[in-house]
Design a protein around this ligand. Structure first.
Ligand SMILES: *[C@@H]1O[C@H](CO)[C@@H](O)[C@H](O)[C@H]1NC(C)=O
Ligand SMILES: *[C@@H]1O[C@H](CO)[C@@H](O)[C@H](O)[C@H]1NC(C)=O
Ligand SMILES: *[C@@H]1O[C@H](CO)[C@@H](O)[C@H](O)[C@H]1NC(C)=O
Ligand SMILES: *[C@@H]1O[C@H](CO)[C@@H](O)[C@H](O)[C@H]1NC(C)=O
Ligand SMILES: *[C@@H]1O[C@H](CO)[C@@H](O)[C@H](O)[C@H]1NC(C)=O
Length: 725
């Protein structure tokens, strides 16, 4: 039935009429498995019949026009519909069965009485009647994962999530309307007791409580037939929409709206956005953390995923604690109760879990890290702290890391040919010839600096100074790609970014022309002990830099991860305003088409630990580098300095030690800095250099903290949570 017909039918039928109307299915009617035949409701919105499940499989149930399944028959049998099934039959003998080529009929709905008539109603209810037109069975009384408007979960009933998005079998979570009036969510196969509950609505003295759904998406409870409370607001549009509730695969119940016009399914409400809330989501010996607001399962230290490829199937270890004795020093054994269940990292409370495990069970760090910092940490790691002591963590709890998804634009366009002499600052990117730039830089004579991506020369164009960067051969991209990327970079315009003025692409010669920064790099002035910047000046620089990074991460059209934030890449203009240079170059350098970087970019000391672990690189990698640099700005020293004592050599560790022992004054030597201000900056720095990217604040939060407008919670030790190392 076409959408137009559906809409037409919707128009001519008022809502109350729709409730009453039904399509009668008489004895002897059948649906064949191969054809797409169904028993639709009169409006055509709902249909009863076969629908595909997993690969090459079918199930029987009720579904919406977009094939959203709202009720499933026999969800615990596997396969629900055997291979040799020929048809779904309302048999002349009064049974609703699957007729097979060889095997016996299978009851779709098991009943003790015979059916005289079946009806698919316009409200989504499939009803079976006996010969006296009495209802003997209806789908509304037997909800599976969904609740439709005017349907209810009555006192004592429960619904179950589906096994997966394509498998409508019983899944891992349930929502139960208990006889004692409590509405509770539990994992499956658990007793109905508090330790297993993860969502609880108390009855508040009511007894015969049910959970109901209104057509406008309002989920509410009744005490008998009296209103008890609203669980969701409702007020969703009803004209042309079907609003329904579903207990999702991930264990959270939500309200959805299906627009009958364009068959768009929209999520409208859920009681929590934290998908780690459902207990047991990660299986045993695992714990759930939020990455990008999506649940991610990780194994406890010393454990491995039980099923590779399925991180939600829990973790196991190939090592038995029984084999070791107390005298065996190599293994650090202790009594423990396995399996550990319902692990979840919560940033809201201050509980701490200590997990002790054998020293030689330290999981491989992954990658061939040569970083002294990380190896040092690894050796110390005989006690891991999971779960973090956080006090007023509120502000960080929801910090979201945005996975960098490279959107490769395949739009090709022609950039106007060289017009070297019409160099106009502030307009779109200029294209220069190599000769022109060679002339402007006096034959690449005066070198301003040298970095991983190329060498920078001083130049003059139309009486204005410019910086010309000659890129290394490594930039192997073709001209089109190069121009596309540059066009993106050229659009970046912010007070705290060094402006790209133009470029040259001439065979092997690839050059970029930037505005000239007369006061050199932050590295030159920060590590110069004679002419130390004042505390206030340094903090203003830190704020400027964070504004620039915030722009790259969240405020410009195409998100950019810098990948190489360090003092050498921060330049100072003639007014001592700090500007970030070299942004966007990581994109130029990236050679493969995937979303992950294959090689470590950036500079040792500043690169985030996830680079070494071959994890997805997100904007949080920049936050880490910024954090290292912030500590350098606070202390006016380099992040790694082996000329210092071992305790002080690695800045990040020294800062944390000084912080926990209350000696942050040591960090600035003789300089007089108000302790309260200094402590704030140190705390921000420690938050940014957390090993776990999800613990690091977003740049937005960093800036708010730097500006002093939000509270800064007490940071944990950066390496204390080595979940994935
Ligand atoms: C369906 O059957 C019922 C009961 O026999 C009857 O009252 C109703 O009119 C029938 N509806 C249609 C559309 O035939
Ligand atoms: C529930 O309904 C009963 C009457 O059926 C009433 O006595 C009781 O106070 C109600 N409880 C609440 C909490 O509304
Ligand atoms: C509970 O309330 C429903 C109406 O909401 C009613 O149909 C049912 O009979 C009641 N059950 C008991 C045991 O009172
Ligand atoms: C529940 O919502 C309905 C509709 O919005 C409203 O009329 C009613 O007063 C609400 N009930 C409670 C207990 O808040
Ligand atoms: C346990 O499994 C891990 C990963 O599969 C493997 O690297 C390690 O060698 C195994 N250890 C033992 C004792 O079998």
């Amino acid at each position: 039935m076409s959408i137009l017909t559906i809409l037409f039918l919707l128009l001519i039928s008022t809502a109350s009429e729709a409730q009453r109307r039904s399509s009668n299915i008489s004895l002897g009617s059948s649906l064949t498995l191969t054809s797409n035949s169904t028993w639709p409701s009169p409006s055509g919105v709902y249909a009863f019949g076969f629908f595909p499940q997993q690969v090459n499989n079918y199930a029987v149930g009720i579904f919406l026009p977009d094939k959203t399944v709202v009720w499933t028959a026999n969800r615990d049998t596997n396969p629900t519909v055997p291979n040799d099934t020929v048809s779904l039959l309302l048999s002349p003998e009064g049974g609703l069965v699957l007729r097979r080529r060889q095997g016996q009929d299978i009851n779709v709905i098991s009943l003790s009485t015979t059916i005289a008539l079946a009806s698919m109603h316009d409200n989504g209810n499939f009803v079976l009647y006996d010969s006296d037109s009495r209802i003997i069975w209806q789908s509304f009384d037997n909800p599976t994962s969904n609740l439709l408007p005017s349907q209810r979960i009555s006192n004592g009933q429960e619904i179950f999530s589906s096994a997966s998005e394509t498998d409508y079998g019983r899944g891992n979570f349930r929502l139960k309307m208990q006889t004692d009036g409590y509405l509770v969510q539990y994992p499956i196969n658990t007793p109905d007791i508090d330790p297993y509950a993860y969502y609880v609505q108390k009855p508040d003295g009511a007894v015969n409580v049910s959970l109901n759904l209104d057509s406008d998406g309002r989920l509410y409870q009744l005490n008998g037939s009296l209103p008890l409370r609203n669980i969701s607001n409702g007020r969703l549009p009803t004209e042309g929409y079907i609003n329904f509730m579903r207990l999702d695969v991930g264990g959270i119940f939500r309200i959805y709206s299906l627009s009958l016009g364009d068959l768009n399914l929209t999520r409208r409400w859920s009681y929590t956005e934290d998908e780690c809330v459902p207990k047991g989501i990660c299986g045993i010996n695992a714990f759930c953390i939020l990455l990008d607001n999506k649940p991610d399962c990780q194994c406890l230290p010393g454990f491995f995923f039980a099923k590779s490829g399925n991180h939600k199937a829990g973790c196991s270890r190939n090592f038995s604690a029984q084999g070791c004795s107390k005298t065996d020093n190599r293994l650090n054994c202790q009594k423990q109760k396995l399996p550990l269940r319902f692990g979840r990292r919560s940033l809201q409370d201050s509980n701490m879990a200590l997990i002790r495990f054998g020293k030689n069970m330290v999981p491989d760090i992954g990658g061939d890290s040569d970083s002294k910092t990380i190896i040092k940490k690894e050796q110390r790691m005989d006690i891991l702290v999971i779960g973090i002591v956080l006090m007023s963590i509120g502000i960080l709890a929801l910090s979201i890391s945005v996975i960098f998804v490279r959107q490769k634009e395949k739009k090709y366009y022609k950039i106007g040919k060289e017009n070297g002499d019409n160099f106009v600052e502030g307009l779109s990117l200029q294209v220069f010839t190599f000769e022109h730039l060679s002339e402007a830089t006096n034959g690449f004579k005066e070198e301003l600096g040298r970095g991983s991506s190329g060498t920078v020369f001083k130049g003059v164009m139309q009486q204005k100074m410019v910086a010309v960067k000659r890129l290394e051969k490594e930039f192997t991209q073709g001209e089109m790609e190069f121009q596309t990327e540059l066009k993106t970079i050229g659009k970046m315009y912010h007070r705290n970014l060094v402006r790209l003025l133009g470029y040259c692409f001439d065979g092997d010669n690839k050059l970029l022309v930037f505005e000239y920064m007369s006061n050199g790099s932050l590295a030159d002035i920060l590590f110069n002990q004679e002419n130390r910047l004042s505390w206030e000046e340094r903090i203003e620089i830190a704020r400027d830099i964070s504004r620039g990074i915030l722009y790259l991460h969240h405020e410009c059209e195409t998100q950019i991860i810098h990948c190489d934030i360090k003092p050498q890449n921060i330049l100072m203009d003639n007014k001592w305003c700090a500007k970030i240079s070299d942004f966007g170059l990581a994109k130029l350098l990236k050679q493969d088409q995937t979303n992950t970087y294959t090689e470590i970019r950036g500079t040792k000391g500043y690169v985030a630990p996830e680079w070494y672990q071959k994890q997805a690189i997100t904007v949080k990698a920049d936050v880490y580098s910024f954090g290292v640099m912030l500590l350098e700005i606070i202390c006016c020293r380099k992040c790694v300095d082996w000329s210092m004592s071992e305790e002080e050599a690695i800045l990040e560790e020294w800062v944390y030690d000084c912080y926990v022992t209350g000696k942050i004054g040591n960090l600035v030597g003789d300089e007089m800095v108000e302790e309260r201000k200094m402590e704030r900056m140190v705390k921000i720095g420690i938050w940014c250099v957390q090993y776990d990217p999800s613990l690091r604040p977003t740049m937005k939060k960093v800036l708010l903290m730097l500006e002093g407008t939000v509270e800064i919670p007490i940071p944990p030790c950066p390496s204390s949570f080595l979940s994935s190392i």
